[in-house]
Structure formats: structure tokens, C-alpha cells
Design a protein around this ligand. Structure first.
Ligand SMILES: [Zn+2]
Ligand SMILES: [Zn+2]
Length: 144
């Protein structure tokens, strides 16, 4: 197996299962759900149980290696390698497809906070609507 990350975090034991989960996240190139990861590890010949995938993801999120993306307050969460460059996503409210956003409108945004000493370390932005495939459904609402 190829080297997964040059910076495996301190305090996280390297195990086959953790490496298998990370390998899926690394090669996915898009946000994936825990069950996607589970079935992909099986395809890779390193099957990891779903409950174990969840436990590993929880740990990796806590360690900052993986970013958890909550989709419109639903139970569905997606996971992605935590890249240095953060990303935002647009979510189709019809088919739940996730589309990456290539820019960040908040990069130049300076929040006016009551606490002037507040140290901002990040932000979260969610865009939603209808994707290309669901476009016609989205327009149905405009009909009388
Ligand atoms: Zn859609
Ligand atoms: Zn941003």
C-alpha cells in the first residue's frame, strides 16, 4: 500500500483499518459517506465494519485529519480529507448531490463581533438548491 500521509498525527495508533479508511478518503477526491467508505474498503480487500468506520472517522475528525460535512442538518454526514485549503459545498435539496464550490466568498469577510478579541479560526457555509438533473423539479414550485 502506498504511503497515506506524511503527517500521521501524534497519539493516533496506525492500524490497518485506520489506514484502509484513510486510503478510501484519499482516493475519493470528493466527500463520501461512512457507508461509501465501508463498501469501498471491502472492494479494496480490507473490509472494515460500518460501526468501526464510524469510530475511526470520529477519531480522525477529532484529530483534525478528516473534515466532517453535515448536510442540511440531516443525519447524513459526509467525510473528506482535511485539506489545508478549505472548501465549501452546494447541496441539491432534491437528490442530495454535493457539488464543490471553487471559491470562498468569506475569504475577505471580516466579521463584526461583539467580542473584539475573538479569534476566528474558520467558518462554515452551506449553499443549497437544485442541481442540473433536478432543475425541472426545482421549477415546479413556480407553477400555480
Ligand atoms: Zn439533484
Ligand atoms: Zn470559506
Amino acid at each position: 500500500m502506498r504511503e497515506i500521509q506524511n503527517s500521521w498525527p501524534a497519539g493516533v495508533k496506525r492500524t490497518k483499518q485506520r489506514e484502509a479508511v484513510l486510503a478510501v478518503l484519499e482516493s475519493a477526491g470528493r466527500p463520501v459517506s461512512a457507508s461509501d467508505i465501508c463498501s469501498q474498503t471491502e472492494k479494496n480487500g480490507e473490509a472494515v465494519w460500518l460501526s468501526t468506520v464510524y469510530r475511526i472517522l470520529e477519531l480522525l475528525v477529532k484529530k483534525g485529519m478528516v473534515a466532517k460535512i453535515n448536510v442540511m442538518n440531516s443525519d447524513m454526514a459526509l467525510y473528506e480529507m482535511n485539506r489545508l485549503q478549505h472548501k465549501h459545498y452546494a447541496i441539491c435539496v432534491s437528490c442530495r448531490k454535493i457539488i464543490s464550490m471553487n471559491n470562498c466568498p468569506l475569504e475577505t469577510f471580516i466579521p463584526k463581533l461583539e467580542d473584539e478579541e475573538f479569534h476566528v479560526t474558520g467558518h462554515n457555509l452551506e449553499i443549497y438548491g437544485y442541481c442540473k438533473d433536478c432543475g425541472s423539479e426545482g421549477r415546479q414550485g413556480e407553477r400555480p
